[in-house]
Structures are given as structure tokens and as C-alpha cells.
Design a binder for this molecule. Structure first.
Ligand SMILES: Cc1cc2nc3c(=O)[nH]c(=O)nc-3n(C[C@H](O)[C@H](O)[C@H](O)COP(=O)(O)O)c2cc1C
Length: 187
């Protein structure tokens, strides 16, 4: 199972994240949790989230970048769900060994994330807190899927991005099914 945690405060107004989500939500084994739909009052059901995560082999965190970071409810989800004794610390192995894919969109184009650009630093510098969160919980950090330039991307570019994300997940599923078959003794 792939558990896709989606955090957009206004899902109905989203253009880019919606296209990415639509491209993957129908894939077999993908379970989507739209945080702002499920927990509009920020009262996260921790047991339900941990139960879903336990069943997942790949966890996806998908959201627009807000102030170089995750939207507020995604941070709340980190704070509540990834708790001591479950995600880290004594007996905290709930996420250990699971793959983690970060899917994020930025308004800024890729060239704005560079020395001399408006955001001054390569985007990878802003990714570290999310990456370290996954690593701290013993997850396997996958190469992030970042779609830059969300404000100006045209329909063809958006369709290409959505297709690339879908292909990324399909490749993961194929590799994973291969590994599962080998574990079963199948060729
Ligand atoms: C509160 C807020 C903060 C934002 N902060 C950033 C930012 O730090 N860097 C950036 O490149 N874009 C930023 N943006 C732009 C969003 O990332 C962009 O609107 C989003 O990726 C578009 O996706 P959507 O079509 O799914 O809404 C911000 C937007 C909002 C509303």
C-alpha cells in the first residue's frame, strides 16, 4: 500500500497539486488522505494515521511549499503522528524501513532558487527539515519530486509533470512487486 498524505488548505482551488493528485490517485494500492478535508479543525486522529502508515510500504508527503516549508496542517501531522515510542525513540520503529517520497510544488521557478535569484539558495537547502524528519524515523528518503514554477506552468508542462509523477510511482510499484515476488521464491 502507498499512503499519500496530501496537505493543501484549499484543495478545490488547487491547480497544480490537484493535477498531480489526479494523476496518481487511481493507481492500484494508493490510499489518499487529504488532511485539510479530513481534519479541518486540525484534530488529527493519530491512531488512524499510524494504522494507515503501518500498512504502507511507501509514504508520500504531497503539498504546495508555503514559506519555504510545509503547510500548517502537514506540520501538525508531523508533530502529532510521528510521536515518541512509535516513530522514534524507545520502541519507535513504526516507520523504519519504509520508503518516503516528498512531492512538493513551488510558485518560484527553479532559477529563482539560486544565488542571485529571489529565493537566494538552491531549493535543496529548504528540503533538509523534511528530509531529516524522514531519516530520523528510519525511513528511506527517495529523490524528491519537486515541481517548480507552479504559478506560470502551462497546461502542457503540467500534464508532463503529472505524467512523470505517475511514471515514478509505477516504477516504484514494479520494482517493489519484483522484490515481493523474489521474496516469495517466484522468478
Ligand atoms: C502562504 C503561501 C506561502 C507560499 N510560500 C512560497 C514559498 O516559500 N516559495 C515558493 O516558491 N512559493 C510559495 N508559495 C506559492 C505556492 O507554493 C504555490 O501557489 C503552489 O505551489 C501552487 O500549487 P496549487 O496550484 O496546487 O495551489 C506560497 C503560497 C502561499 C499561499
Amino acid at each position: 500500500m502507498i499512503y499519500l498524505v496530501f496537505a493543501h488548505p484549499y484543495p478545490s482551488q488547487s491547480r497544480v497539486n490537484r493535477a498531480l493528485l489526479d494523476a496518481v490517485r487511481g493507481l492500484p494500492g494508493v490510499e489518499v488522505c487529504s488532511l485539510y478535508d479530513r481534519y479541518p479543525d486540525f484534530d488529527i486522529n493519530v491512531a488512524a494515521e499510524q494504522s494507515a502508515l503501518s500498512r504502507a510500504e511507501l509514504v508520500i508527503w504531497m503539498h504546495p511549499v508555503f514559506w519555504y516549508s510545509v503547510p500548517g496542517l502537514m506540520k501538525q501531522w508531523f508533530d502529532k503522528v510521528l510521536n515518541y515510542g512509535w516513530a522514534y525513540g524507545d520502541g519507535g520503529a513504526g516507520l523504519r524501513g519504509k520508503d518516503c517520497l516528498w512531492v512538493a510544488t513551488t510558485g518560484g521557478k527553479v532559477e529563482t532558487y539560486a544565488a542571485g535569484g529571489i529565493h537566494r539558495r538552491p531549493f535543496v537547502e529548504f528540503s533538509r527539515p523534511v528530509e531529516e524528519t524522514a531519516l530520523f524515523c528510519g525511513m528511506n528518503w527517495q529523490m524528491p519530486f519537486i515541481l517548480h514554477g507552479a504559478h506560470e506552468i502551462d497546461e502542457a508542462g503540467l500534464a508532463a509533470g503529472a505524467r512523470q509523477l505517475r511514471e515514478r510511482l509505477e516504477a516504484w510499484m514494479e520494482a517493489h512487486a519484483g522484490a515481493a515476488n523474489r521474496a516469495d521464491g517466484q522468478p
